[in-house]
Design a protein around this ligand. Sequence first.
Ligand code: CAA
Length: 285
Amino acid sequence: MAREFARVGVVGLGTMGAGIVEVFAKGGIEVVAVEVTEAAATHGRETIESSTARAVSRGKLAEDDRTALLERVRVTTDMGELADVALVVEAVPERLELKTEVFAALDKVCAPETIFASNTSSLSITELSVRTQRPSKVVGMHFFNPAPVQPLVELVRTVVTEPDVVDDVRALAESLGKSPVVCGDRAGFIANQLLFTYLNQAVGMFESHYAGREDLDAAMRFGCGYPMGPLALMDLIGLDTAYEILEEMYRQSRNQRHAPAPVLKQMITAGLLGRKTGRGFYTYA
Ligand code: CAA
């Protein structure tokens, strides 16, 4: 019999985590959202409040539904509150050591049947799974930015993931109005393997002064119908996140096309991470 997901957990309330909480709560699911500090928890809550306010102002959500959605979200710094959730989605920063620490901690507090999902974009789900006592109940559940808007969810299965775990998480994603796809465990999964090769090449063109940022972005928007050009999209994703994804793809593939364009590292060092720091390829108010 298929699992019920009446209550789930999300660990990490950054851009992706906060969006994922919103998706679950909008779908009528109770969410326990865990952050490490009170300040981060407050910031995460504010992100959800402002995103849902925006959805109301754009006519995507009724005010009453927003109130009910927010009531389904419990933000806490106590991981112990995840003891009886059916599924936990980990959405902490893209560093293997940090993610493995989170999974080890979750393993101690969660019931043995709780499914662990990682929102990682590039790290190995297999690697994360073997750091737990429940490798067969670990999957990738990779949402796209902005999570409340983008329908895609990549479900990543490993060689030991139980098929019914994948089936049930897929059914859950569909019930949330998402369009899940299933793939194996390789850095970048489906969409990022294709997307980041292209984004990295666009950054290379910018770096070599082959074309300016507006022209690069206009070419893809007006020539190919993309909603955003590659450099504006890099700013949305975050240059630090994009760099980590490319590095991991390069580490696994040794394909030069995945070697991060050098200017990315320079911009990161200078604090130009994109929208989240107010400046990346573009400047934001
Ligand atoms: N809930 C529901 N709907 C919402 C919402 C919310 N919280 N917030 C916004 N929306 C809706 C808006 O109402 C709007 O809908 P309509 O067009 O029907 O009015 C729509 O979402 C777009 O919102 P905006 O009008 O505010 O913004 P926009 O039109 O400028 O679009 C964008 C912004 C959605 C980001 C769009 O430019 C886009 O899709 N860009 C491409 C994003 C992309 O490629 N993402 C993938 C990144 S890669 C990744 O995420 C993987 C990884 O691992 C890093």
